[in-house]
Design a protein around this ligand. Structure first.
Ligand code: CTP
Length: 214
């Protein structure tokens, strides 16, 4: 399969030296790219700014903002059989990033925000028959209803609910505890495990969904 994976945070500029971002380290998405490659798939990884070594034998596209990531996903959409959106994409961005550095003497800036593009929601209507889309739901309260809403609204085949409220899972940690939800209404909680193990389980789950579809 041709597998497109996104990883890491995005950065949204305030001015040429400042940005807003989030705590995503890119570890989960990078582990998924590695697991997909180890399972014999051809992998392209689109990553926001992360401090990780690039995975071996995976083609890498580095991006900064949500708009860059959307453009990179759109460019690779026709190529991929599976899209796995593990990136923590910004929901909002400054409407008018300053072209010069904001000066302290001018006082705290009043920043006007606008929605950043929702990548999955934008491309959901373009999913072709046979393609599989997987998303993540980062939640501080693991709400099943919220996971099901994202699965439906973003036209996903698989959603990984990711509890990001504890230190041993989610953002920055080396371990994770995912719960899978699929479009048929099946729910599968996985135990806390290294992200490499969670990633291999996610790829195995995509392979099962693919086998069911053909
Ligand atoms: N996502 C996306 N574009 C965005 C925000 C999120 O494509 N601008 C994707 C993420 O990569 C993830 C899924 O949508 O696969 C859900 O992301 P999440 O942050 O959990 O949900 P949101 O839709 O942003 O809603 P909220 O932040 O209110 O929970």
């Amino acid at each position: 399969m041709n597998v497109l994976v996104t990883a890491g945070p995005t950065r949204e500029a305030i001015d040429p030296v400042r940005f807003v971002s989030n705590r995503s380290s890119g570890k989960m998405g990078t582990a998924i790219a590695q697991a997909a490659r180890a399972a014999g798939h051809t992998v392209r990884l689109i990553t926001g700014p992360v401090a990780l070594p690039p995975p071996a034998d995976v083609s890498l596209v580095r991006v900064t903002s949500a708009a860059d990531m959307l453009a990179a996903v759109e460019k690779n959409l026709a190529w991929c059989d599976w899209l796995i959106m593990a990136a923590a994409v910004a929901d909002w961005r400054p409407r008018h990033p300053a072209s010069h550095k904001l000066k302290k003497a001018d006082g705290p800036p009043c920043i006007e925000w606008e929605p950043a593009p929702d990548i999955l929601a934008t491309i959901a209507p373009r999913k072709k028959p046979g393609q599989l889309f997987c998303g993540f739901a980062a939640e501080t309260r693991p709400l099943v209803r919220e996971a099901m809403r994202k699965l439906r609204d973003k036209n996903l085949d698989l959603l990984a609910l990711n509890d990001v409220s504890q230190h041993d899972r989610g953002f920055e940690a080396d371990t994770n505890a995912l719960t899978f939800f699929d479009a048929a209404g099946q729910r599968q909680p996985l135990p806390l495990a290294p992200k490499s193990v969670c990633a291999a389980q996610l790829i195995a789950r995509m392979e099962k969904l693919h086998a069911k579809k053909i």
